[in-house]
Design a protein around this ligand. Structure first.
Ligand SMILES: NC(=O)c1ccc[n+]([C@@H]2O[C@H](COP(=O)([O-])OP(=O)(O)OC[C@H]3O[C@@H](n4cnc5c(N)ncnc54)[C@H](OP(=O)(O)O)[C@@H]3O)[C@@H](O)[C@H]2O)c1
Length: 253
């Protein structure tokens, strides 16, 4: 299947590790030009080299998406560098590891508001594309009880609601908005790799709840994200695709 991504212009937040790294790798392999950010400048520079070796244009910058003004300025600059924007993938997260009010503040600023600010800044660009598409990377912690109650799960749930409603509002401009909710994703250096080393009993319990008997990989999540962002998914908007190796048990309507 041709995804129709050659020459498309994509912005991905948080693309130096894990799921964002796999998304940007796949977009580059499909021939899309990419602008991405993360906070660690050395890792960004390394990623630019890796992505340009695929023969596409890659623009990387050390930007904290939680810093509203700096983030907006970067989005406008890369929209110019790319010569327009067809795809926006909001992937960066403050994670689930913080507690108390600090967690609510961090997940609000990073998970929710960087996605909202990204859409506000990029919708005019996406409307000029013949296939504008947005994907929010959320989590199953937004849709099912997952250990303790967290700001992370609650604010990702807010993001899913926002994405669905935004999809209705901008459909007339030809822009599609979709969400992908991963379950536990295992990769070297990631959160679940750390849990596997430090709390093997918790890892075994969570892995045991995955009906497929294992956690998902970043590449498996990336394939869903990139498909939803591509013209091949031209009639899909407002959906939330769960990629969790069978972790969640609810019936999805
Ligand atoms: N891993 C899982 O099991 C899992 C499960 C469900 C959902 N998810 C979701 O999937 C997405 C990616 O998760 P992941 O596990 O791949 O994360 P990760 O391994 O921690 O990587 C996160 C990426 O985002 C960047 N980043 C983090 N905070 C940032 C900020 N404030 N500004 C700019 N860049 C930032 C990181 O680089 P720097 O640190 O250099 O900034 C890195 O490139 C998140 O939205 C997460 O909620 C993950």
């Amino acid at each position: 299947m041709d995804l129709g991504l050659r020459g498309r212009r994509a912005i991905v937040t948080g693309a130096t590790r894990g799921i964002g790294r796999a998304i940007s790798d796949l977009l580059a392999a499909e021939g899309a030009d990419i602008a991405f950010c993360a906070r660690n400048n050395a890792a960004v520079k390394e990623r630019v080299k890796e992505l340009t070796s695929e023969g596409v244009r890659a623009f990387g910058a050390a930007v904290d998406v939680g810093d509203g003004p700096a983030y907006r300025a970067w989005l406008e600059a890369v929209a110019r560098d790319l010569g327009g924007v067809d795809i926006f993938i909001a992937n960066a997260s403050a994670g689930a590891g913080t507690e108390g009010e600090a967690a609510w503040e961090a997940n609000f600023r990073v998970d929710l508001m960087h996605s909202v600010r990204g859409c506000e800044a990029l919708l005019p660009h996406l409307a000029r594309s013949d296939g504008g598409a947005v994907v929010f990377v959320t989590t199953i912690a937004a849709i099912e009880t997952f250990f303790s109650p967290t700001a992370y799960g609650a604010l990702k749930a807010a993001l899913i609601t926002y994405g669905k409603q935004l999809g209705q509002a901008v459909a007339g401009h030809g822009i599609r908005i979709n969400m992908v909710s991963p379950g536990p994703v295992l990769f070297p250096g990631g959160d679940w790799d750390r849990v596997r080393r430090e709390r093997p009993e918790v890892f075994a319990e969570v892995e045991g709840q995955c009906a497929l008997g294992r956690m998902a990989t970043p590449e498996e999540v990336a394939r869903a994200v990139v498909f939803l962002a591509s013209p091949a998914a031209g009639a899909i908007t407002g959906s939330n695709l769960v990629i969790d190796a069978g972790f969640t048990k609810r019936v999805q309507f």
